[in-house]
Each structure stands twice: as structure tokens, then as C-alpha cells.
Design a protein around this ligand. Sequence first.
Ligand code: TYM
Length: 334
Amino acid sequence: MAKEVVLSGIRPTGFLHLGNYFGAMRNYVRMQDEYNCYFFVANWHSLTTHPDTKTLQQSVYRVAAENIACGLDPEKIALYVQSDVPEIAELYLYLNMLAYKGELEKTASFKEKVRLNPENVNAGLLTYPVLMASDILIHRAVKVPVGKDQEQHLEMARNFAQRFNYRYGNVFPEPYAFNYGGELIKILSLDGNGKMSKSENQMATLYLADDDDSIKKKIMKAKTDGGPAEPNSVMPDYIKNIFTLMQQVSTPDTVKKFEEDFNNSSTGNIIIRYGDMKKQLAEDMIAFIKPIREKAADLQNNKELLLKIIKQGADKARASANETIQLVRKAVLG
Ligand code: TYM
């Protein structure tokens, strides 16, 4: 039986961080053995926010290198750059005819961008979810490993696929957001203010390129409080986030110890020592990030190899995209 198709992408708008890793890339690495996987660097998507061309190009290479450094095997998967697959742009054109202004204006990510940059509300930003649907549907992918923040975009991709199939005949399966373990993940910023992101508050974001010292400093500064008032209290979001990070990089016994300390603490009897917890987390996080950082740096210094991997990925992706676009053209244009 043919393997199910998986696709996901990351915008090269800055350094990759733990949100990207735990929300998306960790799944990529596991999925590469079970599925037919396409992973890509979404450089067209970044153009919506007008990056400097030179910086953009460097970020494309860095994101590609960081993807491989996290454990992707270029022989098993296709790792490519979006702009190397022009079939995506053609599909975007057809899907744009099926996407409506009202629904696009209601998208949460669009409203957020308008709020942050009211001077740059361009049409690319409005149709961002259509381009994203094209990325997915061009390979007729069914599983899309992403973090929680992409859920609405996936719902829109399903709507566009359904509309296309209804109007032109059945070409596309419906894609779903995926995470091993079910629930999609959202890693919060270390200061407890919203999600960890590439561009906001760098001191509260752990990057895969951070050196050991920065990792330690950032974790030691993570927001905590005086401890729970009662035994078995509900954890505030920022404390839960520290536990979430610990679950990813520390041993189960370590996590269990601190969970028990939290649950047994109450005002006047605080057992949990957040300082110790953060020190342990920093140590385990350094051990986790270091090999990724080093491998990514090596790859960025070996441009020839990196370019070869990206070219090989583009060839694989174009072969798959070409099959789909033939079906699409026939369905739409006759
Ligand atoms: P981007 O570049 O913002 O993020 C890349 C991936 O990282 C996940 N992520 C997070 N997960 C958990 N917690 C966080 N704090 C966090 N921050 C980011 C994102 O959910 C995403 O999976 N529109 C996409 C890129 C894209 C794409 C696609 C993804 C373009 N076309 C097609 C999937 C399929 C984006 O901007 O991701």
C-alpha cells in the first residue's frame, strides 16, 4: 500500500526556537520513517512581511540546515525551498478563485498581522491561508504536523479542498493537522506572555542556535512565583510551560520529582524549589540543544552539501507537484 503523504513548512523569518521544534519538527523526525514526507522552507510566505533579500536568503539556508540538524534524513524525505516549486504558485491561482474575502479577513493570523502592521495590509497577507493550502494540496498530503497556532489554517485548507472537489471533481483528500499524542502543542514564551515566537522578546525565547550560556541565563530568568497556595493546585500557564519543556528534555523521574514537590506544596510549606528546577532544566536543555546547534553550524559551513540536499528535495517535490498540477489543470481547464 502507498504510504500516506505528509507535508509541513516553516517560514524563514528568524532563528528557529523550541516552539518550532516541539510543535512541529519533533514530529517530522518521527514521521520520516512511516510516511512519504515533504518538508519545506516557506520563503514565499515570508515575503508578506517584506524582509530584506539578503537576510531572507541566509535564513532559508539556516532553516534548512536546522531541519536536518534536528534529525531529518534527506535520503528519506524531500526537503526543499518553496520558490523552487512553481507548481505551488499555479495551484494558488486556481484556489484563489474559490477563497472569499470575508472568510480571509476573519482569519485570526490575518487580524493579528493587521493589528501589528497596519501600514502593510497587502493582498499576499490576506491570501496567506490560500498559499498554505496550495503547499499542502500540491502533494495531496493528508497529515500536516504543525503547532496549535496553525489549526485554523488547516481548517481553511480543508474547506478549499472541498470546494475544489465539489466544483471540478475529486482531486484532493482532506488534510488534517497532526501531532503524535493527539493534542496540538503550544509552547509559551518564558516570560509567560503569549506563545514563543521567532520575532518577539528574544530573552524569553530559546533558539536552537543559542549557546550554553544564553540557554542557562534565559531559563534562570523564566517567570515563576512564590509557589502554590494549596496542595494539588492548578498550575499557572507559565509554570505549566516549564514542566512542558522539562517533559521534552529531562528524564521522567526528574519531572515526577518536581511534580510531586509542586503537588505537596502549600503556603507556609513550599517544597518545590523553582530555582533548582530551572537549574536542572537548563542543564538538560543545554545537553539537548548543543548537538543540534553544532550540526546546524557545520552544515551552514558546507554550502555545497546544503545546496545539493535542497536541489535533490526540489526534484522530488516537483515530480509530485507535477502529477497533481496535471490533474488540476485537466479538472479546471478541461
Ligand atoms: P511558522 O514558521 O510560524 O512555524 C513553524 C512551525 O512551528 C510551529 N510553532 C509552534 N508550535 C508550538 N508552540 C509555539 N510557540 C510555536 N511557534 C511555532 C508552527 O505551528 C509551525 O508548525 N504558516 C506556517 C508555515 C507554512 C506551513 C505551510 C505549515 C506555510 N505553508 C503548509 C504547514 C503546511 C508558519 O508560519 O509556521
